[in-house]
Structures are given as C-alpha cells and as structure tokens.
Design a protein around this ligand. Sequence first.
Ligand code: ADP
Ligand code: MG
Length: 698
Amino acid sequence: MRQIPEMFGELVFDDRVMRSTLSADVYRSLRKTIDEGEKLDISVANTVANAMKDWAVSKGATHYTHWFQPLTGVTAEKHDSFISQAPDGCVIMEFSGKELIRGEPDASSFPSGGLRATFEARGYTAWDPTSYAFIKGKTLCIPTAFCSYGGEALDKKTPLLRSMEALNRQALRILRLFGNTSVKHVSTSVGPEQEYFLIPRALYDQRLDLRLTGRTLFGTKAPKGQEMDDHYFGVIKPQVAAYMEDLNEELWKLGILAKTEHNEVAPSQHELAPIYTTTNLATDHNQLTMEIMQKVAARHDLVCLLHEKPFAGVNGSGKHNNWSMATDTGVNLLSPGKTPYENAQFLLFLCAVIQAVDDYQDLLRLSVATAGNDHRLGANEAPPAVVSMFLGDELNAVLEAIETDTPYHAQEKITMRLGVNVLPRFARDTTDRNRTSPFAFTGNKFEFRMLGSSNSIACANIMLNAAVAESLKIFADRLEGEENFEDALHALIQQTIRDHKRIIFNGNGYDDAWIREATEERGLLNYPTTPDCMPHLLDEKNVTMLTSHGVFTRAELDSRCEIMLENYCKSVVIEANTMLSMARTQILPAVERYSAALAESIAAKRCVDPTIRCASESERLHALCALADDISAKTKELDAGVAMVGRAADVIAEGYEIRDILLARMEDLRASCDEAETLTAKDYWPYPSYADLLFAAK
Ligand code: ADP
Ligand code: MG
C-alpha cells in the first residue's frame, strides 16, 4: 500500500495544487475569494477553470459536474464532458470560467415545495469556492449551491453557508467587546461520527424491504441480539477490516480525514469518525463519505445500510454531530481558558449555546426529523425526542455558584465575579459519561446526538448555528455601550443561567421519569414524531429568528416545511406498499405452501394408521391457517389505509393520518407475519431471517 501522506487529497484541487498550477496573481485573487468571499473576476475564473481542467484531465477525468445537495437528502450531479469542437473540426478539451462559476441543470424534478412553477423550472448552481473541487470516477466535481431564478435556496448548502456567516457576524461583536481586535473570522467546526450496518449483498438482494426502503419491515428477532455487548469495540472481522481499509483509502484520496473506526453496539454495526473540520466542508465530506461507503461495500459483496432503523430489536444508527466555534487565530471559543478574562469569555459563549438550545429546542428537534429517525429517538437506544443538555458535574457546579453568588469550592471561599476573580480551575470533563443526553458538552465541544445516520448534517447545523447566532446577538445588543462591562457581563451570565437552567439535565435521559419531569415540571417540548415537530418550523418566533439573520426567507421556510412533511408521508407510503407486496406475494404463499405440506403429511400418516400421532403438525397447521386469515385481513386494512392517503386537507393533516393509521396498521400486519415466521419451516420462508442478516460477517 502507498503511504498515506502521498495519497491524501490526491483527487482534490486543493491549496497545494492551486499554488503549483496558478500564477501568483491568480492564486492570490482566488485565495481572496475563498477566504474573504470576494467576487471572482471572470478572467481569473477562466484561468482557474483551465488549470482545473488540465489537472483533472491529467488524472483521467473526461467530464465535469456541478455537485449540489438538493432537498432530496442525497447529492445530485449532471455530467458534461470537456469536449468541444474547434473551428477545424477537431475535438479539444475545454472548460471556461463561466462553466465553473455557474451551471443550469434542468432541475425541474427536484423538490421545490412550491418555490418554482414548472414554467420557470430551471434552477441554477453557483460555485462554492470554500469547498475544493474533487474528482470522482472520471468526473471533476465542483461543489455548488443550488438556487431558483428568484434567488431562493433549493438546497442545503446555501442556508448552511448563511448560518455560518450569521454566527460569524455575531461572534465577532462579542469578541470585540472583550477587546479582541485581531480576530477576523469565527467559524464553526464539525466532526460527525457516522454509524452504519454492513450485510452481505446476496442476502440483501433477497429482501424487497431492504432494497426499496432501506429497512426490514418484517422479521422476528434473532435468538441472539446485542445483549452480550460483545460487538461494541469487538475485534473487527477480516471481511469488515478489508472493507474499512478500502474505504479509508478512497476517503483519504478525496482529502477526507477518516480517523477512527470501530464496531458498534448492534451486531454488524460499525462507526467511522473523521477529524473535525469547517462545517461546510464537513457536510460535503459526510455526504461523500456516505456515498463512498455504499460504493465500496458493493466491491466487497456487501451492502452498507445507512437507514436509522434497519432492524427492530437492536440499536439503530445515528450520527453524533461534534460541534464547536473557533477563531481564525486558532482559539476554540468553547475551550475553558486560563485567565479570568478568557474564562469569562468562555462562559459567555457557553451561555449563548445554553440559551440557544433552550429557546430553539423545537428547531433542533425538527432539524433531525425524518420517518426513519422517528423509530430511533426515544426508543431507549438513542437520546429521547426531548432536547436537553448535559454539562458535567464540575461545570454545573461552576454555573450554580455563579447563579447564586455562592462559593464554588466551600474551602476556597470565593464567589464568582466574572472577569474580576480568578475562576477556580475546573477540570475539563472529557469523559463523556452521559451517553443518554441529546446535547452533551464534552470538554471543548458540544455533541448533538439526535441526528439520524442518513441525515445530511447540514440541517442540524443550520439550526444550531442560527440559534447560537441569535443568543450572541441578544448578548451583544445588551452589552454594547455598557459602561461597566464586567458588571454587565456578570449580570447577563447570571440571568441567562437562571432563565435557561431548565434545559440542563445531567441524569438518565432514557428514564420515563425524566420525560415526565421535562414536560410537566420544566415545560420542555416533547415531539416524538415528525408530524408533531415539523409544523413548528413556521412558528412566528422561529420564522422571525431565521429570517432576521438571513438564514432563510419566509418562502424558503414554507417550502421546506412542505417538502419535509411530504418526504415523511411518501416514505411511509412506500413502506406500506412494500409490506403489502411482500405479504401478498411472498409471505402468504409461503405460509400456504407450508400449510399444504403439513396437511399432506397429516393425511399421509393417517392413511398408514388412523391412530398415528399428528398433534404437532395439526397444532401448527391450525395456528398457521388462523394466521394466514389474519394476515389476509390485515393486508386489506392496510390497503384501505393506503387508499385514504391524499384525501387529507393538507400535508400536515396527512402526516398525522399516516402516522396514526398507516404506521399502526403496518405494525399490526408485521406482528402476524413475524409470528408466522416463527412457525414456518425455514426452507419455506421467502427471505433471509434476522439471524442470517445480522450474524453473517466473516
Ligand atoms: P469520542 O466522542 O468518541 O470521545 P472524540 O471526542 O475524540 O471521540 O471525537 C469525536 C469527534 O469529535 C471526532 O470527529 C473529532 O474530530 C471531533 N472533535 C474533536 N474536537 C472537536 C472540536 N473542537 N470541534 C468539533 N469537533 C471536534
Ligand atoms: Mg463521541
């Protein structure tokens, strides 16, 4: 194998390549565009495009594409070759600055939630120079934003970039208040830990549910699940290790900092974590990682499942979003400092996050809401649907001391005067002891743990950045112009702790008693499902906050709410239809065939000797015949449920109906089918069992 430093980033048109292929002048103006958002001159763009094309062609590329992230949840690309015809009829390879900067895919079939009528269907894509171009296969991919002609965002990158900018603006105001004039930029960073399942392709191919919906819609629990905790951090089997090795190589070539890999809790479940990077890049990288995970799996005769809940009865998959804010001078604003001033600044940023999470629980919750993730949140394996924060004992004690003007360490007898007294040194709690918290402080970053494994991390980070920008804005508004900054700061922090401490919870998030306390005593929100939370995107307070920071327009919010609810409805309807198909064309026929074999066996035995014992077959036959009738009746009910879809007044009402009627009937049908599975001879059963799927790793 080649050395990692040599292959790392070899498929990326990164800073190294830019510097070696562009003239000093061109490099400088491109760098200005990347770092400071300065508009790119067209002649510079032409030179850059040409250098990019030459570099890509030298790596074997024949095509280019604007690579974007529409609201479908996956990435999109439309390839154009570099060829163009010269006046003499020869074919030459060309790529212009115009083609680099702007593209016009015929994008009429992407969801727009009413933002675009079909007659103005074309959207346009615009180069995001903050994310480097890269080569995938034979195609040069140019990361782009995707907008309508009216300028509305039709993708996830645009609002993400806007949210990062909003946070930057407000964080700079705060830093200036602390006398910091050297910082030019504050950006957010993310390290997303990605969970996934690997199962053999041959078995996957036999299951219509996995192929069409990404999860098993039927299946009895395997005799063994995850109860022995023997898979978590267990020895990685050779086939899986070979997969991981191959995957890492592909990721490294694309400049993705794949770092940590291990087995997860459920059998056949694994995790990959990269080293954290700027949120925008981390989002692009995570989308690419998910795509490459699936591609590499195919080479190993495996399938990578990214669904949040592929199997009932064992853990589903999530994505922990490790998030922090840092200055361009390299200071992590969520890192406790060494001097009183640094500590006060840290506490102010910490309080901004506390207030943001409390004020915008609903936005955080809905940013991770999908039909798939609904199966996870609150299922005693993932954080509950109630948002709360874990700070750790020490930090909690510090906040309590500030809140109540009481000494932090009884023996030291000092009260907390921010910016005046030296704060007692509190140890950074990096032990991450509370795995049940949806939003945990882990030493110098927050870990938002509600994301589903297939979610784009853009959605959660847009809301998180925007909400924190809002608290910072409120803080800056209040502190700017204060004569006694220290006093004002102290009062502000104290007030924030008092007003928002209800969101802090250090206990067991899986406990039912907590959900009661959270909702009844603390007034926290509990939105167990997507239809519960999604409509709150349009609550007045949320619209005001998001539009005031320029993260979304009102029209974009309307369209997103509609698209997310539509996605929910469509996903469940596809699942229901898949169940109907499997029950009617696979499960019932299997039960009937096996019942016939049992009946024949009983008849044949009785022919030989009427007194021969057939109790076992007969009991089973009775049970299976009853179940077959049951399954048949339940398919009719589910069918009737599916037929009702589309008749509700609006998509919100439809979401509720689908949740309450369709999902309930699907569960009913599954119960009977799964019971039939336990009574039917294995060689009659039409698809691989949970035991086959989950314990196949070699
Ligand atoms: P664990 O959560 O398993 O203890 P780590 O805390 O080391 O593991 O890292 C988990 C993820 O958090 C990694 O992707 C890592 O790069 C990322 N991470 C570490 N520090 C930061 C930070 N300051 N900001 C954002 N992400 C970070
Ligand atoms: Mg972690």
